[in-house]
Every structure is written in C-alpha cells, then in structure tokens.
Design a protein around this ligand. Structure first.
Ligand SMILES: NC(=O)c1ccc[n+]([C@@H]2O[C@H](COP(=O)([O-])OP(=O)(O)OC[C@H]3O[C@@H](n4cnc5c(N)ncnc54)[C@H](O)[C@@H]3O)[C@@H](O)[C@H]2O)c1
Length: 168
C-alpha cells in the first residue's frame, strides 16, 4: 500500500532532472503534485502525460509571488499542502576560486538558497496552522565534504543545510 496516497505536494524544479523524477514517483504513489518550474514547455508536456494528479504552475523561485502562488495552487486545487520539495536549481559557479565570476557566484547563492527560503516560508504558513507537513531540501556533496573545488556550490549547499536545520 502506498504511504503517500492522498498527499498534496509542491515540487520546484519539477520539469527536469531530480524534480521531474520525483514528480513521476509521487504521482505514481497517488500524490497530487503542483509542478513549479520556469520551463513551461517541458512542464506542460509532463502534465499532459501525467493527467489530473499533476498541475503545472509557472514559477520562478527567485520571485516571491511566484512561490506563494505555487503553494496557493496546491491549497486551491488539491485542498491542502502536505509536502514541499525544493529542487529548482542550476549547477552555478563551478570552477576554481581564481576563475569564479562574481555575478555568477551571486546567482549561485541567490537563486537556489533564497528560493529554498521562500519555499520554506510559504509552506510553513500553510503547514504550521494545520499542524503537519514535510519540507524536503536536498544538499549535495559540496555541502558536507570539508573541501570542494567549487566555492559557490559549497557555500550554497552549506547554507541550505544550516537553513534546513534551523528550528524557527
Ligand atoms: N543531478 C545531480 O546529480 C545533481 C547532483 C548534485 C546537485 N544537483 C543540483 O540539484 C539541482 C537540480 O539538479 P537537476 O539535475 O535536477 O537539474 P535540472 O537542470 O535537470 O533541473 C532543474 C530544474 O530547475 C528549473 N529551474 C531553474 N531555475 C529555476 C527558477 N529560478 N525557478 C524555478 N525553476 C527553475 C529548471 O527549469 C529545471 O527544470 C541543481 O541545483 C543541481 O546543481 C544535481
């Protein structure tokens, strides 16, 4: 028996990669999923394939109102929000410190990290009053290894971990 059947989720970055794979897995388990992503073409194509259990909401996680609208869509369309998976992202400023471009370093921190913050906040505003909910943030190896060749992703992943571990 599915442990997730009947749940309602928002997945950011759901139009590709890990977010897409999670969306397909969740829908297969009976979860209703709001796919929150920038990529309208891929997002809509996946929704056409998955049917009523999935809705695409154009979302740029760097935009506060977009993230809030994706969470609101889960509540309005599916009647609530039980899970948020923050997975929108890009590889960022990979490369040695001598070569990292400042603007790309800033984007490496700004989009994923602040997107995760916006997601947690929007979801908490629904989940705290209802008394339950799961928020999933993933970090990668630059977040837990002592050293990595990529200063931007390491800073981003460490910050995501710290943010996830905060208890407020
Ligand atoms: N795939 C891996 O093995 C791996 C390993 C470690 C870390 N990561 C990190 O995980 C994240 C996702 O990886 P992936 O392989 O699924 O990537 P991906 O490129 O396949 O998917 C990322 C998705 O995020 C979306 N997106 C990008 N910017 C967005 C924004 N501002 N708002 C909303 N959606 C946005 C893209 O449209 C895309 O659909 C990336 O940050 C990546 O660096 C991936």
């Amino acid at each position: 028996m599915s442990r997730l059947g009947g749940c309602r989720a928002v997945i950011t970055g759901a139009a590709s990669g890990i977010g897409e794979a999670t969306t397909r897995l969740f829908v297969g388990e009976g979860v209703a999923v709001v796919m929150a992503d920038l990529d309208d073409d891929r997002g809509k194509r996946i929704v056409d394939e998955l049917g009523e259990q999935a809705r695409f909401v154009h979302t740029d996680v760097s935009q506060e109102q977009d993230v809030e609208a994706a969470v609101a869509a889960a509540v309005d369309t599916f009647g609530g929000l039980d899970c948020l998976f923050n997975k929108a992202g890009h590889p960022g400023s990979v490369g040695g410190i001598e070569d990292v471009d400042t603007a790309l370093f800033d984007r490496t921190l700004a989009m994923p990290l602040r997107g995760v913050f916006r997601g947690i906040r929007a979801a908490a505003r629904v989940m705290r009053p209802q008394g339950h909910g799961s928020i999933i943030n993933t970090s990668s190896w630059p977040g837990w290894r002592r050293t990595s060749p990529w200063p931007g992703p390491q800073a981003d992943n460490r910050a995501d971990t710290a943010h996830t571990e905060s208890r407020n």
